[in-house]
Ligand binder design. Sequence first.
Ligand SMILES: Cc1ncc(COP(=O)(O)O)c(C=O)c1O
Length: 408
Amino acid sequence: MADPVTPRPRLATRMAGAPESAIGSVLRLGDRTDAISLAGGLPASEALIAAEVAAAMSEVLAGAANGLQYGETNGLPELREWLGRRLLTERGIAADAGGITVTHGSQQAIDLVCKVLLDPGDVVVVDRPSYLGALQVFRLFQADLRQVPLAADPDLAALEEALRAGLRPRLLYLVPSFANPTGATLGDGQRRRLAGLAERFDFVVVEDDAYGDLWLDDGGAPGPAIASHTDRAIHLGSLSKVLSPGIRVGYLHAPATLRQPLRLVRQASDLGNSDLLQRAVLILLTRDGYLDDRLGSLRARYRHRRDALATALRQHLPDAEFTVPAGGFFLWAGFAPGVDAGDLLPSALAQGVSFVPGEHFYVSTPDRAMARLSFSGLPPERADTAARRLAGALAARPRPSAAVTVSR
Ligand SMILES: Cc1ncc(COP(=O)(O)O)c(C=O)c1O
């Protein structure tokens, strides 16, 4: 409870545009011990690598460079070199270690990029719909957010029209592969076109490749990164989904002109990642066959989960509309024609299942029919129960649908 005698300090003006994260309220599932969350978007808990990380950390601690000293602000040089080689082979980016900054997840990379490039009121274009965590950062930087369909627009006609009409973004942010929340992936033509538009209209593309390694069907690797086509792009990546989010290792690759400013803001922010964890991560990544094996097993695990959820939805919610995503963690679905996903949530929570209503991924005029269902944390044997509960929520909802406001 607020202390009545202590006035709350005046908050910075940037806080005005930053409402509490929607996810916090959505994740509250009450006291049900058998609740099923399709809301979180977390890696499967069975896929976290406690034993491997513990062994690698012990190895580091026992060595001469025991990882307990301050490290380089931009990250462990050997890890940056490894990341640079991988960006070249897997994403086609002519990356060098000097252009790479190791960050605390790709989330921090978004924050650092904003610190370097955004003034209050600057225009930032984001996909429609868009990753909520990025919207939060842009709002804190008091950006003028404009949401334009990108992945869903094969020719990027809407973006080009807006640019021709005078829109002048500083940044364009998107998740090019297996996006959060839609699961959509930009094709090669769209990537090239975006690179061309960035050059022509002088904006920086921030491509957040958090799910790029997680294609779930054979031959489903996404095409070369946007940053392979232009030096107007900053490429963000993360080991959160590939290893474990708790190690907080992500990275960015920036063009030469932005490296010095990025180093400066990084230094001021937190002086860099844990040397110990970076060294431990490097041991795992450079172990013969480790990463390939791990990616293979993750893809199989998430494919199984995705397919189990899609099958259960088809069976229990025959009117649901969704496209099975080719990768990532999320299925973007409408439950039934005319159903507002936000209205449905309270009954779903009462039935013991949660999801994130799609409205939270929009800056304005949300598509209220859609919901983000995360399959990554859903054991396949629970998919049927999850879908049954959603169907139960649909059956139990008041008609005509009375507006139930979800606290934000
Ligand atoms: C698109 C996207 N970007 C960034 C993040 C943040 O990930 P991390 O900071 O753990 O790398 C997430 C997390 O779910 C995400 O979905």
